[in-house]
Write a protein that binds this ligand. Structure first.
Ligand code: 13P
Length: 252
């Protein structure tokens, strides 16, 4: 674990204004954990209100368009996210790659657009179950990094990687600690190859079925610098239990 663990909740397509009460509860409690970077990525519709009402945490988008503006019906640009109060953006989530046909080149353009707007970026990578079974997990993730990692000057300082094995998302299944450590080491090697010294400091988060019961063990796994949490981030109680687990590890 790095000096500052990064625990981020991805609400996906969940949450109406009533859910802001959960975010406010998370914000109030986050003040008790000054050693942890706590973030939430709500749907676009809640971004501005959440950033306004919950200043104790960083709020981010789940996606952005690669262009700053224009005739792209239904899309949201990185400068718009900044205007709404976002400080980071998730790009390349497997659900975007699968349901919106986003390839590595597109993800890279989105990452560069987010950085150009002044946002931090959480770049998601991860293999399918079939790729892991075929022994191709590390090769798949290395290829995703080669194709989607932003390369612009200063990118490394505002970048985090989320390793999210697709077969672990929303399934209750998680890789073994040894599998996570091996993958995070392989990711680190690519980051250093592509970004030199800056690549050594990029935080690598684990995502996929992180919950209050397994958070301590997952966060204590070698080379894990934080977590990207889906379902368990939807209630303040379960998300805060995960933040508390991270805090217990840095306090230990
Ligand atoms: P779950 O925590 O629900 O498995 O989702 C993980 C995820 O996709 C976070 O981005």
């Amino acid at each position: 674990m790095t000096a500052r663990p990064y625990i981020v909740g991805n609400w996906k397509m969940n949450g109406t204004r009533a859910m802001l009460a959960e975010a406010r509860a998370i914000g109030r409690a986050a003040a008790r954990f000054p050693g942890i970077d706590v973030g939430l990525a709500p749907p676009f519709t809640l971004l501005h209100a959440m950033a306004d009402e919950v200043p104790e945490i960083v709020v981010g988008g789940q996606d952005c368009h690669a262009s700053a503006g224009g005739a792209f019906t239904g899309d949201v640009s990185a400068p718009m996210l900044v205007d709404a109060g976002a400080r980071f953006c998730i790009v390349g989530h497997s659900e975007r790659r699968e349901f919106h046909g986003e390839d590595d080149a597109m993800v890279r353009r989105k990452a560069e657009a987010a950085l150009a707007a002044g946002l931090g970026v959480i770049l998601c990578v991860g293999e399918t179950g079939a790729e892991r079974d075929a022994g191709a997990a590390e090769a798949r993730v290395a290829a995703q990094l080669d194709g989607s990692l932003p390369r612009s000057e200063g990118a490394a300082a505002r970048l985090a990687i989320a390793y999210e094995p697709i077969w672990a998302i929303g399934t209750g299944r998680v890789p073994s600690g040894a599998e996570i450590t091996a993958m995070h080491r392989a990711i680190r090697a690519r980051l250093v190859a592509l970004h030199g010294e800056g690549g050594a400091a990029i935080r690598i988060l684990y995502g996929g079925s992180v919950n209050p019961a397994n958070a301590s063990e997952l966060l204590a796994t070698d080379e894990v610098d934080g977590a990207l949490v889906g379902g368990a981030s939807l209630s303040a109680d379960s998300f805060l239990a995960i933040v508390g687990a991270a805090n217990g590890l840095i306090a230990a």
